[in-house]
Design a protein around this ligand. Structure first.
Ligand code: N01
Length: 530
């Protein structure tokens, strides 16, 4: 017999836990189904050395409870993965969430029953739930890319994925270690492993921009100052373009005198981390303005790297800063000045295969004890398309999104009534502080569900017209930016064969929220309420 609930929430990361708490608060029963054996989502799996958040801790934390805000004490400006995981577990206990979380429960399928307008959700082990609402809180970077090379099985050493870091302690002392991939994961782990391993070899395919984290312990004074005005800080974040709290200089970078512009970049370099892209309002909109930021960062990289040949390889190519997700690092470039660290440019000498001893490129054989894949994720849609999700008329979400994801507001999908995506494609998602964006959407959905319940509405479905118009709007906003000029995971370029569609909404956190507010004020125009 299926278990009857008002809502099934898929995923026990930040968004899933917040959804559970909020749905309970409006009187709905909900269950969270989580494939792994712990809560935390990406923060549970990505336990690689050096993993930390590149949004400031005070902003990458829940806003729904002023008590929680006051109680929790962040130790560093950018929290490490273990501290974030402790926070999530604290929240699960503090708000008594665990009794409605089913761990080790991978959703195999979700089918919309047109007679009852409810979702039948089946786990891989055969357990079934029957729910009015289906909330997909599965994350945007939660399905690792399945990278492999020929001969991998013959490798005598250990292969580890950064996104599925093993629970046992990995000892790098005296070991020859390889990292494949230089996105945020590779960039974060490089200096940490370099300091422990006998030798570290980093295989880089594409050089990218990285900004220093300017991490620091949070002093008691800073902690008290933030907590005294936390509500104001939250409002500032909600009203900023990316939910990070930074308000850009409203001038075009290119219009600012060079001295003044460089002074602004210099200040941002030492304090803003990821917010560097918001030094001026048009860095991601205007190629000439962007060129000033890109050149500044390249000069900064040059100051950090001793060897000219290594520097040439580490210097980003001819693409605008920020159009591929930049990293925020703690000593990445300097790590290549160490005697035990080597950089291999696999765009020039690609990896051919694994051997029993290590890795063979077109130029050389390397011997390793440990090889780490830090090759990223099937971004945005990977986890959404994993279960068999079947909507109205037997259409699957995979069929519906065969040419790329389409939704209304990034939340509702026509043909899939009562299914709601949290921080999915078509919403600010990975162009924003995703925790803030997920709380924004969950509060909005709670109001929608209350509205529906008060009016006896059982079925909520994005209309075809609203969905078409939203996709067009997402594309129009993207065309105003520089993002479309560079292959990136924002565009589906990280996976061979993936549709090239710009997935996040680039209109900003504040602009998006206003659209949500207008939609609610109109009685949820764009959704058919039955
Ligand atoms: O993955 P990525 P990531 N052979 O996709 C290379 C978030 N995050 O796990 O660009 C060899 O960025 C690939 O090269 P190329 C953050 O949003 C946040 O590092 O395809 N190399 C690239 O260098 C981030 O953006 C934090 O040419 C291959 C790298 O692997 C996102 O997660 C920390 C390859 C993949 O980079 C993903 O980061 C960590 C192959 N077959 C992550 N395939 C925070 O601090 C790919 N590559 C919050």
């Amino acid at each position: 017999m299926p278990t009857l609930v008002d809502a099934v929430i898929v995923g026990a990361g930040f968004a899933g836990l917040r959804s559970l708490h909020t749905l309970r608060a409006i009187g709905l029963s909900a269950v969270v189904l989580e494939a792994s054996d712990g809560v935390g989502g990406v923060w549970y799996h990505n336990q690689y050395p050096g993993a930390r958040c590149d949004v400031e801790s005070f902003d990458y934390s829940y806003r729904f409870s002023p008590e929680l805000e006051q109680e929790w004490r962040w130790s560093e400006r950018y929290a490490t993965q273990p501290e974030i995981l402790r926070y999530i577990n604290h929240v699960a206990d503090r708000f008594d969430l665990r009794r409605d979380i089913r761990l080790d429960t991978r959703v195999a399928s979700a089918r919309f029953n047109e007679d009852s307008s409810r979702w039948i959700v089946t786990a891989e082990d055969g357990r079934v739930w029957d729910a009015e609402r289906l909330i997909l809180a599965v994350g945007q970077l939660s399905t690792p890319k399945d990278t492999s090379y020929p001969g991998q099985d013959s490798f005598a050493g250990r292969i580890i994925s950064s996104a599925r870091w093993p629970k046992d302690h990995v000892d790098f002392a005296g070991k020859r270690v390889a990292i494949i991939g230089t996105g945020s994961s590779g960039v974060q782990m490089t200096p940490v492993i370099a300091a422990q391993a006998a030798q570290l070899t980093v295989f880089q395919r594409t050089a990218n921009y990285s900004i220093p984290a300017a991490n620091a312990p949070v002093s008691d004074e800073e902690d008290a100052a933030v907590k005294a005005r936390y509500a104001e800080r939250r409002e500032a974040a909600r009203n900023s373009p990316s939910g990070l709290g930074f308000v850009p200089d409203t001038r075009a970078a290119i219009d600012v005198p060079e001295d003044e512009r460089n002074a602004a970049y210099e200040a941002a370099w030492h304090r803003l981390g990821f917010g560097f892209a918001l030094t001026f309002k048009d860095i991601l909109l205007n190629a000439d303005s962007n060129a000033t930021a890109s050149a500044f960062i390249k000069r900064k990289i040059a100051e950090q790297v001793d060897d000219p040949a290594v520097l040439a390889t580490l210097t980003p190519g001819d693409f605008p800063f920020g159009t591929r997700r930049p990293s925020v690092d703690s000593g990445y470039f300097q790590a290549f000045n160490r005697d035990n660290v080597r950089l291999v440019d696999i765009s020039k000498t690609p990896i051919e295969r694994f051997t029993a001893d290590g890795i063979r490129t077109t130029a050389e054989d390397f011997a390793f004890d440990i090889v780490i894949y830090a090759t990223g994720f099937d971004a945005f849609t990977g986890s959404l398309l994993k279960p068999e999700i079947v909507g109205r008329g037997g259409q699957t979400l995979r069929e519906k999104w065969a040419a790329g994801p389409a939704s209304f507001l990034g939340i509702g999908v026509h043909g899939f009534p009562n299914m709601f995506v949290i921080v999915g494609p078509g919403s600010p998602s990975l162009l924003s502080n995703v925790l803030l964006s997920s709380e924004e959407q969950i509060d909005w959905l709670a109001a929608l569900f209350t509205h529906a319940r008060d009016r006896g509405i059982t079925e909520i479905e994005a209309t075809e017209t609203a969905e078409r118009d939203w996709v067009a709007h997402v594309n129009e906003r993207a065309e105003e930016t520089l993002y479309l000029k560079t292959p990136s995971y924002y565009l589906g370029a990280e996976m061979p064969g993936k549709p090239r569609v710009f997935m996040p909404y680039s209109g900003g956190v504040r602009g998006y929220r206003r659209i949500l507010e207008r939609t609610a004020a109109s009685g949820y125009e764009g959704f058919a309420l039955r």
